[in-house]
Design a protein around this ligand. Structure first.
Ligand SMILES: [Zn+2]
Length: 500
């Protein structure tokens, strides 16, 4: 994710713990439940109630029926295939914005109740550890934000897009909403003819039946719920070849296709540039989704990154800046999407690397030197640590502002850690580490400790102390090779682009 400059200090509103819709929809069932349903989580330090223990989702199959207007709920069916990792009397899913109509477990009707932001399902018979189970939820998916809700569906001028990071997938569909549980996804989107639907992964059919068309997409790699994307709009899908025949498809408003083409044409070269740095692109396809919406950020949804169209049409943004933002989201496909953080405290591994390649691209293509940017970051780093915590120990989000974990400490503040590492172990070792990192943890999740271990192995000496200081200390350590770099007193934007 990358905040766009003009939205940087947009005040955000709080989200209640439970939505009235879900609460009223399930209140009848509460009576039938044996004991009060309780919300659970996987113990994420920043989002304690996200995710659920006791099972591992293998796949989601999600059907959405778009009514042709984005101010009415979509009818939806979410089918989850999961492997139980413990005996379960109940299965908690995360779901907080929609009406649940029915739940089945392994084809049998199950009781369900809302509890905080969880949907608690009680199957007829308890599930035993080490078995497959299929949970089918019929529900609505409401694109109109609930009072004080933020994230999930994004209403665009011509339809819908999705922005679930960090914790909003469960405003769209029932799920195990934590990046530690990646799964395969199939999306089936039914929309009136004239609309185009695109989702993560490769197309697997478009079936026209009467006045509607059902579009099917499948991911070829596991994906975190926060990275799901479904675009429904009056869109053109522009196809071209990327490096070694990689299918690139961009999704743009049909009327703007020609005007946006110069930007779209840049993607294959950017992919080739990144492949030259870190190795083969990790997924089956890529592309940019240019949405007519004021999201306030761009987002690395897997295989199809979400951008605000105005990033490309507003003349105030310098060309090199726009390109570096494109590279930021593209590099997330390796760092954040293919290699997913095990917990949200590891998010510096996403944003630090995306910022790193964003800056490196600007250095190599637009003569904006990394050293200048990192010197400026060094000057501000202590202040960022004070405001947001050290890069690998970020402060919890402000109450009701969950997106507020996306602070400068995990962007340029974390890229600064990578710069310090490169200074410490030298460029060849650093570049080898980057390639190995995305290779070894491809399609998986990884922790900060994993990165420290691999960096130490590549460097040939223990870097635990180095990383402890750089990732967890209140104050920024001295920069190797630049003893003259000092914290600066004032928050002064060093370059026009820096506004996030
Ligand atoms: Zn980002």
């Amino acid at each position: 994710m990358l905040l766009t400059p003009r939205h940087r200090s947009r005040p955000r509103i709080s989200r209640p713990r439970k939505t009235a819709l879900l609460a009223s929809a399930v209140s009848v069932c509460l009576v039938a439940a044996a004991a009060p349903a309780e919300p659970l989580g996987v113990g994420d330090r920043l989002f304690p109630h996200l995710g659920n223990p006791g099972y591992d989702v293998a796949s989601y199959d999600i059907s959405f029926s778009y009514p042709g207007t984005h101010d009415k709920p979509l009818q939806a069916v979410t089918t989850i295939d999961a492997w139980t990792t413990t005996d379960l009397d109940r299965i908690n899913l995360d779901f907080a914005h929609g009406t649940v109509q029915s739940v089945e477990v392994d084809g049998r009707p199950a009781r369900f109740a809302g509890a905080d932001e969880d949907l608690v399902v009680t199957p007829e018979a308890p599930l035993s550890q080490g078995s497959w189970t299929r949970i089918t939820v019929r529900h609505t998916s409401d694109p109109v934000p609930g009072k004080d809700q933020d994230g999930g569906w994004v209403r665009t001028a011509d339809g819908l897009a999705m922005a679930n990071q960090a914790d909003a997938a469960h405003l769209v569909f029932p799920c195990n909403d934590h990046p530690s549980d990646k799964a395969m996804f199939t999306f089936r989107i039914t929309a009136p003819n004239g609309y185009t639907a695109v989702a993560n992964g490769l197309p697997a059919g478009a079936d026209r039946i009467g006045r509607t068309t059902t579009w099917t997409y499948r991911t070829q790699h596991p994906m975190a719920t926060e990275l799901a994307q479904v675009s429904i709009g009056r869109s053109a899908v522009v196809r071209r070849d990327g490096p070694h025949g990689l299918p690139v498809r961009d999704v743009v408003p049909a009327d703007d296709r020609k005007a946006l083409e110069p930007w779209l044409a840049k993607t294959p070269g950017q992919i080739a540039w990144l492949e030259g740095k870190v190795g083969r692109y990790p997924f089956e396809t890529y592309g940019v989704l240019m949405a007519q919406a004021a999201t306030g950020f761009e987002l690395e949804t897997q295989t199809l990154s979400l951008f605000e169209k105005t990033l490309f049409t507003e003349s105030a943004y310098p060309k090199w800046y726009v390109e570096s933002v494109m590279v930021h989201e593209l590099s997330h496909q390796w760092f954040g999407d293919s290699v997913t953080p095990r917990s949200w405290s590891d998010v510096w591994l996403n944003e630090g690397h995306a910022t790193w390649y964003e800056a490196l691209y600007a250095e190599e293509t637009a003569h904006r030197t990394m050293e200048d940017r990192m010197r400026a970051a060094y000057g501000a780093s202590d202040r960022w640590r004070e405001a947001g915590g050290p890069p690998a120990l970020p402060k919890p989000p402000a109450p009701g502002q969950k997106i507020s974990i996306f602070r400068p400490n995990i962007y340029d503040g974390a890229a600064l850690v990578l710069y310090a590492l490169r200074q410490e172990i030298g460029r060849p070792a650093f570049e080898r580490l980057e390639r190995l990192w995305v290779q070894e943890h491809r399609d998986a999740t990884a922790t900060t400790a994993d990165f420290v271990r691999l960096a130490s192995a590549v460097a040939g000496h223990d870097l635990t102390g180095f990383f402890r200081d750089w990732l967890y200390a209140e104050k920024t350590p001295p920069m190797p090779g630049h003893p003259e770099w000092k914290p600066t007193a004032q928050a002064a934007p060093a370059q026009p682009r820096i506004a996030r």
